[in-house]
Design a protein. Structure first.
Length: 203
């Protein structure tokens, strides 16, 4: 084989391998056994409590308003602190609070208060982020209420559809027990919330 043909063949094989590596197995519909395993998994996670922290890259879009930045999310029971730093603008803002009350700091000269975190983000930034449900979804758990769930070949959740949102789990941090998501993509129509989680901190 001539050198030119050999290079073409090697390139073709490399492209084929790259394409195969990029193809994720499609989630499959739940059956009784997989639902039972998920219920047990969720039981373990709930028993571990809701005190955790993630450091991630956040991207939000709704077709008109969009934003991205580094995220430091601290959850302590029902209380949260959501710190976002946007490198492009150099601004850092903090959303904190708990059930029925939220405070947004860093966007104005004075703190901005509201009855709910999601409503405050939508009103002030134009972002649609389902924070109450995302507390569960970020750990690949179903939030309260009806949900449809599909599983990856390894038995971990691959997709959760709930409250009009489709949440896809592209990757997991397998060093935890149970494993925790490292890439979470949530979409609802033109709205999307994407998390690339760099680090989980658990008690």
């Amino acid at each position: 084989m001539k050198a030119g043909a050999l290079r073409v063949a090697i390139l073709a094989v490399a492209l084929l391998l790259a394409a195969c590596a990029g193809q994720r197995p499609r989630p499959v519909a739940a059956d009784a056994a997989s639902l039972e395993r998920q219920a047990a998994r969720e039981g373990v996670l709930r028993a571990q409590g809701s005190d955790w922290r993630i450091e991630a890259r956040l991207a939000v879009s709704d077709g008109g308003n969009s934003g991205s930045g580094s995220l430091d999310w601290i959850q302590q029971g029902e209380d949260f602190r959501f710190t976002v730093h946007a490198p492009v603008t150099g601004k850092t803002w903090v959303l904190s609070g708990g059930p029925g009350h939220a405070v947004l700091q860093g966007l104005a000269s004075v703190p901005i208060e509201g009855a709910g975190a999601s409503q405050l983000l939508e009103r002030e930034l134009g972002w649609h982020v389902p924070l109450p449900e995302l507390v569960d979804w970020v750990r690949a758990m179903r939030a309260p209420g009806p949900a449809v769930i599909e599983f990856r070949p390894d038995g971990l959740p691959g997709r959760i559809e709930q409250a009009g949102w489709r949440v896809e789990y592209r990757d997991y941090a397998m060093e935890f027990d149970p494993p925790l998501p490292s890439r979470v993509f949530a979409t609802r129509g033109e709205y999307s919330v994407r998390l690339a989680i760099r680090a989980w901190t658990l008690p």
